[in-house]
Design a protein around this ligand. Structure first.
Ligand code: KG4
Ligand code: ZN
Length: 348
């Protein structure tokens, strides 16, 4: 199938055309990030206003870039949640209108489930070995951290998730505490990469919350307080400098990634799964990718690890269209409504 995917769950407005859930024919994003950088964060209403202006040009460009005509598009896929309500509405209402006017099936896609399908996408430099199901999937984004058992397309069992802050949120908030430049998560990762534990002894030790518990849950909000305490101790000793900040960033990243990797490995073992799908913006983190590769190489199980290329991990419309290919359940446009608080295992 040829599917037009529309994604507007946060501040970006994006559309892509995907063939057979794998081949990216076009991928277009308009962002108002510069505007939000000036205000120090996203103002939801302003984001939605910008999205109203850019949604039609973005879709037009996606169709143009694909070198296809509207007639050749088989279906439309749209993120209906979770996300910012105003932003979601722009994508959902546009998709509904196009479905009606063009007379094409419309598939509502859960953004969190969508992330997982970035693992099916090919890029010019990456042919994909198609993941086999069942699988364990770890979805780590800015607002969500979920560990799930994907029995088959559309059959998902939630195993656990964060009790408070999401993994991406922990990266972002601690980056701000350390006064690192934006974008927060990637800049914390860059600072962490500057610290080399083989050259210098690590003096700071942060907690690995909930690792001792026999469940698949995470808790990252305590890290903020721990980082703040360490930062203030350094400040009192007049020891805030690039080296000490890099060291703190390194330990934050180690703490978050240790928890994610350890619990995911436990889930793989306990459920006897041989496929692991990692997804979401935090899956772009090099250290997380490295740790999964190392753990899987060292464990006795034969596990097929799938992590999308970094640029497909973060929000984009390609995985929304891919998800609709493998979960092709069109819904009459009149019955689709944006749902800002959708969860990964939601069935509505
Ligand atoms: O999935 P995503 O693009 O958007 C949401 O659906 O939330 O995830 C965004 C999150 C942000 O918290 C961002 O800081 C984090 O992913 N992120 C990273 C990296 N790249 C993006 N965190 C750590 N290291 C990275 N390289
Ligand atoms: Zn996302």
């Amino acid at each position: 199938m040829i599917i037009l995917g529309i994604e507007t769950s946060c501040d970006e407005t994006s559309a892509a055309i995907i063939k057979n859930g794998k081949k990216i024919l076009s991928n277009v994003t308009a962002t108002s990030a510069d505007m939000h950088a000036k205000t120090g964060g996203i103002i939801p209403e302003q984001a939605a206003r910008e999205q109203i202006k850019s949604i039609i040009p973005v879709i037009e460009t996606a169709i143009h870039d694909s070198q296809l005509t509207i007639n050749e598009i088989d279906a439309i896929a749209v993120t209906y949640g979770p996300g910012l309500i105003g932003s979601l509405l722009v994508g959902v209402e546009t998709a509904k209108t196009l479905s009606f006017v063009w007379n094409k099936p419309l598939v509502p896609v859960n953004h969190l489930v969508g992330h997982i399908y970035a693992n099916w996408l090919e890029t010019p430099d990456r042919a994909v070995q198609e993941p086999t199901l069942p699988a364990i999937a770890l979805v780590v984004s800015g607002g969500h951290t979920d560990l799930v058992l994907l029995k088959n397309h559309g059959k998902l069992v939630w195993l656990g998730g964060t009790r408070d802050d999401a993994a991406g949120e922990a990266f972002d908030k601690t980056a701000r505490l350390l006064k690192l430049p934006r974008p927060d998560g990637p800049s914390l990762a860059s600072a962490a990469a500057m610290f080399n534990p083989s050259e210098k002894k690590l003096n700071i030790k942060l907690p690995r919350p909930m690792l001792d518990q026999n469940n698949y849950d995470f808790s990252f909000s305590g890290l903020k307080a721990a980082v703040l305490r360490e930062y203030e101790l350094l400040e009192n000793k007049n020891e805030i400098n690039d080296n000490s900040v890099n060291e703190l960033a390194y330990e934050v990243q180690e703490a978050i990634t240790d928890c994610l990797v350890e619990k995911t490995m436990r889930a793989l073992k306990e459920h006897r799964m041989t496929t692991l799908l990692v997804a979401g913006g935090v899956a772009a983190n090099s250290r997380l990718r490295e740790k999964f590769n190392l753990q899987i190489a060292n464990c006795k199980l034969q596990i097929n690890l799938h992590i999308p290329p970094p640029k497909l991990c973060t929000d984009n419309p390609t995985f929304i269209a891919a998800a609709a290919e493998f979960n092709h359940k069109p819904v009459p446009w009149q019955e689709i409504a944006a749902n800002p608080s959708l969860t990964i295992d939601s069935t509505v």
